[in-house]
Write a protein that binds this ligand. Structure first.
Ligand SMILES: Cc1cc2nc3c(=O)[nH]c(=O)nc-3n(C[C@H](O)[C@H](O)[C@H](O)COP(=O)(O)OP(=O)(O)OC[C@H]3O[C@@H](n4cnc5c(N)ncnc54)[C@H](O)[C@@H]3O)c2cc1C
Length: 338
């Protein structure tokens, strides 16, 4: 008989990705007709447990203490291992956050189990759990089962609606953990200001920019500065996440005048990322990879291109606006600002 453990670090309330993983774990437990336990670790995980008190878990386990608040391999792995052992679960499901992604393979090894990351779906057929994963840069989907237990999983963000139930008071059982060898210490975090951060995984919309923004326009002019302003204004007004084609981010490295706020982290496609957003809008973009692979998991797709014959935009977008993106985005920004 399988038993399921939802496992997550807690830095205050649980993140959206963690709540999605919880919903996925609960759904699997329900379809297997088995129990769900919750395991949390952090400085004070009681608050996070209270936030999900009504999720139907039969047990809430927690490793608590100031030393477990920092993202650090030694303490994250030790806490996870202690929680897995205390729960006795055969399937352990956590979110694809940096902390869990970093330790899940080590934790599986310590438990004598197996690990799979980038899980995009969980199902059960005749009592046998299976996971879905994408291969070959998200071009093929595989369904996997494993006989080894425990099976330790990291669930991708955006694959399920986040668990959304009433908070309450969870009866949390403390789990003892004495990590050895914690040598590193987080002394601070350097991050761009929130409004400079253009990659927003939780955004409704992915806005993809292509090299056309920096090319000579029909009037013979290059309008890179204008493009920069239009795009930044749109991101500020819409709170969209910014993706880019490879051609455009590569220009940056070649020292050509281009959009200064882009880097390779923005690149979507075969050699970039394949983010999940409800909607996507590509602009000034012709490439195969951004349209076929970069958009793999985008729900509703639209494109703005001057090229009516662009096979990728025509083939992969639900709606193609054959129009000048400068003119369209100026109008869109005016509407958003008004
Ligand atoms: C092995 C390999 C891996 C690759 N991986 C990736 C990847 O991961 N991601 C990726 O993006 N690419 C990747 N590429 C490159 C990819 O094949 C394309 O070359 C690239 O995506 C094209 O970029 P683009 O669409 O921005 O530019 P272009 O092909 O130059 O297209 C620009 C478009 O903008 C339009 N345009 C210009 N001005 C306007 C305007 N005012 N309004 C509207 N439209 C306008 C033009 O009509 C044109 O269609 C890869 C290539 C290879 C070989």
């Amino acid at each position: 008989m399988e038993t399921i453990l939802f496992l997550s670090p807690s830095e205050g309330a649980l993140t959206k990705n963690a709540l999605e993983a919880l919903a996925t774990a609960k759904q699997l437990a329900d379809s297997l007709g088995t129990t769900l336990s919750v395991g949390l670790w952090g400085d004070a995980p009681q608050a996070a447990a209270d936030g999900i008190a009504s999720c139907g878990a039969t047990k809430f386990l927690a490793v608590a203490g100031a030393e477990f608040s920092q993202p650090r391999y030694a303490t994250d792995a030790a806490a996870s291992e202690a929680l897995c052992r205390a729960s006795g679960a055969t399937i352990i499901i956590g979110p694809s956050c940096s902390r869990w992604n970093r330790v899940l393979a080590g934790v599986a090894h310590r438990l004598g189990g197996r690990a799979d990351s980038h899980v995009t779906g969980l199902s059960a057929t005749d009592g046998a759990p299976a996971i879905a994963r994408w291969y070959y840069r998200q071009r093929m989907e595989g369904i996997l089962t494993r006989t080894q237990r425990p099976w330790v999983l990291a669930v991708e963000s955006g694959i399920a609606p986040a668990w959304d139930g009433a908070p309450g008071t969870a009866a949390v059982e403390p789990v003892a953990c004495a990590p050895a060898g914690a040598r590193s210490n987080v002394t601070g975090i350097e991050a761009p200001a929130a409004d400079q951060q253009t990659i927003r995984p939780d955004a409704e919309l992915l806005f993809v920019t292509g090299a056309g923004w920096t090319k000579k326009q029909p009037d013979g002019q290059v309008k890179t500065e204008g493009a920069q302003k239009l795009i930044l204004d749109f991101l500020r007004l819409s709170r969209a996440s910014l993706g880019s084609t490879k051609s455009l981010v590569d220009l940056h490295g070649e020292g050509v005048a281009t959009l200064t706020f882009l880097n390779h982290m923005n690149q979507v496609g075969q050699t970039g990322s394949t983010p999940r957003h409800a909607k996507g809008l590509s602009t000034c973009c012709h490439g195969e990879e951004p349209h076929t692979v970069g958009w793999r998991f985008i729900g509703e797709r639209r494109a703005i291109s001057l090229d009516a014959g662009c096979g990728w935009a025509r083939g992969k977008a639900d709606v193609l606006y054959v129009a000048d993106a400068f003119a369209v985005m100026e109008k869109v920004n005016a509407l958003l600002a008004g």
